[in-house]
Design a protein around this ligand. Structure first.
Ligand SMILES: [Zn+2]
Length: 275
């Protein structure tokens, strides 16, 4: 058996070559050895079975995991809607509570859940089309649905008007600012999505909301200077405490309520210098 070969379970159709039963035992995918759970040999295995080298090898079986399907570009909007419909209000409320944001903000971002139980966040281009989907797995890892393109996290119905557009990092920071009633558009990463931001904001004033770490501040400065170069009025703020604006909102909203917390963030913006 080669080091990379996997163990696969025997079946009725392909029974154990040693005891000829169709269950319990396993064989190497490359067909050279079997681990029989019923017939003893010199070599005991960790699972309590016995190793048997096969003088007459079984046909090799491919065990390579199928790669994730690549989703065609035109399907991302439908897929995001399907994921969103799969999540009931109770689950959204629990997720919102764990993040310290409103359930409505998550619904407006069209948050959903896929078959593996990952939370899904659609990303959009400047024309409001869904071009990709960010996945947040149960273990906290962040991946993207294959075949998509990086985009921005925002509610396509909320970017008319003349208010400042706040530009935080990531979908949950976006939800936190929406919870306070701001118009917020989330960037996919500290340096990502800058071209789409420039197209989307038009001639609006912008506030880049930085994470409170060095990569976050560097990315925020870069975006701010690029927006300034195309003629936008730009400010940069960062949370007065905590690592990002979502963690800050989560900490303070219980203490002073959303109305007063909004005033605190407004004064942060007011006191920040124009880039
Ligand atoms: Zn067996």
């Amino acid at each position: 058996m080669t080091a990379t070969s996997k163990w696969i379970r025997v079946t009725k159709a392909q029974p154990c070559p040693i005891c000829e039963h169709g269950d319990w035992c396993t064989r190497a995918a490359d067909g050279t050895v079997a681990c029989c759970m019923r017939t003893e040999s010199q070599k005991t295995m960790k699972n309590g079975g016995w190793l048997h080298r096969l003088s007459d090898p079984l046909p090799a079986v491919k065990t390579k995991r199928r790669p994730d399907p690549v989703v065609p570009a035109a399907e991302f909007g439908h897929l995001a809607d399907r994921y969103a419909k799969a999540v009931g209000d109770d689950r959204i409320r629990l997720f919102a509570k764990s993040l310290g944001v409103s359930a409505l903000s998550l619904r407006r971002l069209n948050v959903g859940s896929d078959s593996e139980g990952a939370w899904t966040f659609p990303m959009r281009d400047a024309q409001k089309r869904v071009t990709g989907i960010r996945r947040r797995l149960q273990d906290g890892r962040k991946l993207s649905v294959k075949g998509g393109h990086e985009g921005l996290f925002y509610d396509p119905n909320a970017i008319g008007g003349r208010d400042w557009i706040l530009l935080p990092e990531g979908p949950t920071d976006t939800a936190a600012l929406m919870t306070l009633g701001f118009v917020a558009v989330g960037r996919p990463s500290c340096l990502g999505g800058r071209e789409i931001v420039k197209q989307l904001v038009g001639n609006r004033d912008c506030v880049v909301v930085s994470d409170a770490d060095e990569p976050g501040r560097r990315g925020a400065r870069q975006l701010a200077s690029e927006l300034e170069m195309v003629g936008r009025v730009v400010k940069v703020i960062q949370p007065p405490s905590e690592k990002d604006i979502r963690a800050y909102v989560q900490k303070r909203i219980g203490e002073i309520g959303p109305g007063r917390l909004r005033l605190v963030v407004e004064s942060l913006i007011k006191n920040a210098c124009v880039v």
